[in-house]
Design a binder for this molecule. Structure first.
Ligand code: CP
Length: 314
């Protein structure tokens, strides 16, 4: 077991051992979540600011619940009602929060590198909750946790990530996590959104959706990130759905035990059919549930927690 980092900024810089430490610690926290009393005192007396300067449903609520379960004091920063609207910079905003003696800043921002930047200018712990198209490390950790829980392993699995890879922080963090843990990752989607340069990250790239789905143990779908595209990267949503959407006919050609994942928000009828999103093969809501234990593990380890043995003992 190993974790000696004051921040969680990305998956790229983590070792496989560090990723496994988070997953094992999350497993212990998931067991805590099944007890009658779900709270532990690990962050009692510590203050966490959830600094979300980009919209979020899952990540924000899941961080907040995780912090509550760890007994932290919580401030939910509302960008729209803040002095960011009056022109205050991110650095000044964060340094003012630090001056209030907060211990953790969980940041989501549209700019790639925002979390790394804060970790350089602050003395608080910084956790990246998604920075532009760069990384979304806790999403990749909860995805890896969900895969390991359902398939019993990650090493040797075929994982296909299908959709807008180019603009997706979820894709980047998943590629780093899954390849470090020994999965074989295939990327698929329109050639404008899945360039061959991703092969340099150790992935197979194909634009043939049937070939991408054929041997997949996990089919991980991504939505089109319209908010990050400066121009349209394919003719129309209808054409995307026709060529790359996961429908019953396409899924019938995949392995019968292939499981479906999606980080959300889901665009039903675009990247995935309604019926498939709600089917027994869909792990979409399990991913959300597992986000609590995984984010508890990250906060606990970043705060200096030793690992799962400490939770079991506590
Ligand atoms: N998966 C994810 O990041 O969802 P939110 O944008 O709702 O947090």
């Amino acid at each position: 077991m190993s974790w000696h980092r004051p921040h969680l900024l990305d998956i790229e810089s983590l070792s496989a051992d560090e990723i496994l430490t988070v997953l094992d610690t999350a497993k212990a926290f998931k067991a805590v979540g099944e007890r009658a009393i779900k709270k532990v005192p690990a962050l009692r007396g510590r203050t966490v600011v959830n600094l979300f300067i980009e919209p979020s449903t899952r990540t924000r609520t899941s961080f907040e619940l995780s912090e509550q379960r760890l007994s932290a004091d919580i401030i939910n920063f509302t960008a729209e009602a803040s002095s960011l609207k009056k022109g205050e910079t991110l650095k000044d905003t964060a340094r003012n929060l630090e001056a209030l003696n907060v211990d953790f800043i969980v940041i989501r921002h549209s700019a790639a590198g925002a979390a790394h930047f804060l970790s350089r200018v602050l003395n608080t712990h910084v956790i990246n909750a998604g920075d532009g198209a760069h990384e979304h490390p806790t999403q990749a950790l909860l995805d890896a946790f969900t895969i390991r829980e359902r398939k019993g392993k990650i090493e040797g699995l075929n994982v296909t990530i299908l959709g807008d890879i180019l603009f997706s922080r979820v894709a980047r963090s998943n590629i780093w996590a899954l390849t470090k843990l020994g999965a074989k990752v295939t990327l698929c989607g329109p050639s404008t959104l899945v360039p061959r340069t991703f092969e340099q990250m150790g992935c197979r790239v194909t634009h043939d959706v049937d070939a991408a789905l054929r041997d997949a143990d996990i089919i991980h779908l991504l939505r089109i990130q319209h908010e990050r595209q400066r121009k349209t990267m394919f003719p129309s949503i209808g054409e995307y759905t026709t060529l790359f959407g996961l429908n019953k006919a396409r899924l019938a050609k995949a392995r019968p035990d292939a499981l479906i994942m999606h980080p959300g928000p889901v665009n039903r009828g675009v990247e995935i059919d309604n019926e498939i999103a709600d089917s027994a093969r869909s792990l979409i809501l399990e991913q959300v549930t597992n986000g609590i234990a995984v984010r508890m593990a990250v906060l606990f380890l970043v705060n200096g927690g030793k690992g799962p043995q400490e939770i079991a003992a506590g």
